[in-house]
Design a binder for this molecule. Structure first.
Ligand code: DGP
Length: 112
């Protein structure tokens, strides 16, 4: 996708702070972190969101990378939250499927 910012990070056209990469996905630091640890995992292939007929094996792979990212970021033991925003009501601002991995301090109990 020519105008997709995460595709540009995947291709190296724009920089990202990459902390993990494999054949299918890339993990890099969120540019606007909401927590001390806030990393995004994205597929290398463009899918707009979870609603974009994402192959199940790719989804499984992306989620299998979550604990690896948590280990790399040092939150595997303290805990972390994974979030996938899908569509407008969820405030998905970047239309390239991504998993947020957030942690590094206690979160309040609440809606989720
Ligand atoms: P979402 O609301 O789920 O679509 O979250 C998109 C996230 O992407 C948001 O937390 C900020 C982050 N983001 C937006 N643009 C860039 C960028 O150019 N680089 C990086 N590293 N993160 C970005």
């Amino acid at each position: 996708m020519d105008d997709c910012i995460f595709c540009k990070i995947v291709s190296g056209e724009i920089p990202g702070t990459i902390i993990y990469e494999d054949e299918y996905c890339l993990a890099f630091e969120d540019a606007n972190p909401q927590m001390p640890v806030h990393t995004l995992i994205v597929p290398k292939e463009h899918y707009a969101s979870l609603a974009d007929d994402v192959p199940a094996d790719l989804l499984g792979h992306l989620f299998s990378v979550v604990p690896k990212v948590a280990q790399i970021k040092g939150v595997a033991d303290s805990g972390y939250r994974t979030i996938v925003n899908t569509g407008d009501d969820a405030a998905q601002t970047v239309k390239h499927l991504h998993i947020h991995v957030c942690g590094g301090e206690p979160m309040k109990e609440g809606m989720f």
